[in-house]
Ligand binder design. Sequence first.
Ligand code: FPP
Length: 248
Amino acid sequence: MTEPTRHTDTCPRHVAIIMDGNGRWAKAHGKPRHAGHRAGVRATRAIVEAASDRGIAALTLFAFSSENWSRPEAEVSSLMSLFLEVLQREVDVLHEKDTRIRFVGARDQLSARLQRKLADAESQTAHNTGMELALAVAFGGRWDIVEAARRVCRKVERGELSAAAITEEEFAQGLSLRGMPPLDLLIRTGGERRISNFLLWDMAYAELYFTDTLWPEFDPAQLDEALRFYAGRQRRFGRTGEQVSESV
Ligand code: FPP
């Protein structure tokens, strides 16, 4: 088995977030669910800026899962309008901050308009060298793995690859987050302690941080708390604690 890339710094290079709790936040404030999602966008903006300021190289945000399509139609359509609005408003700002945007998910399930906006955002920011921001929309970890499997199968069908030559590295070339640093830290807000079909492959060695805070209330100070939690972990990648201490 291949050795995972070792990252001994105390700051994670790649952080992913399951932004959960918008609906409950809205309910607690006597507001409709879409107001919760709008409050979620405000939190997202502050966290993206804070992550970039703290030198995090890559941030992946779970904005809409494969399973979220089964929400009431009105909520799905208001979320899609919100994504469009946010892209229209924020991409120039992110571009100015040298952020590179990547969209991950089943794009063909989205409206043509949203697909165009996402593609424009990617090409506008493609040569930026600051933080990489991956937005997961219509994304599922199983979907991602199946897509990667399709890619290697196509290579095998074309005679470019033998089954025996399928390594983890080769397989991972078909995953949505290819080329990004390995995922170091996964944060989930909103009190649940589950992964909900997010980055199943990528989180093999990620540290997991769960907080009860609802997403609209997750602020940069709480991001710092998650980063302190990460800094306190000993990342062993299968080795013993003694081996890790000897290697630093
Ligand atoms: C989960 O809260 C949140 C979502 C399904 C949508 C997340 C989207 C945003 C925060 C907007 C961010 C926008 C961009 C463009 C990145 P929930 O509705 O599942 O909350 P609940 O569990 O309390 O009902």
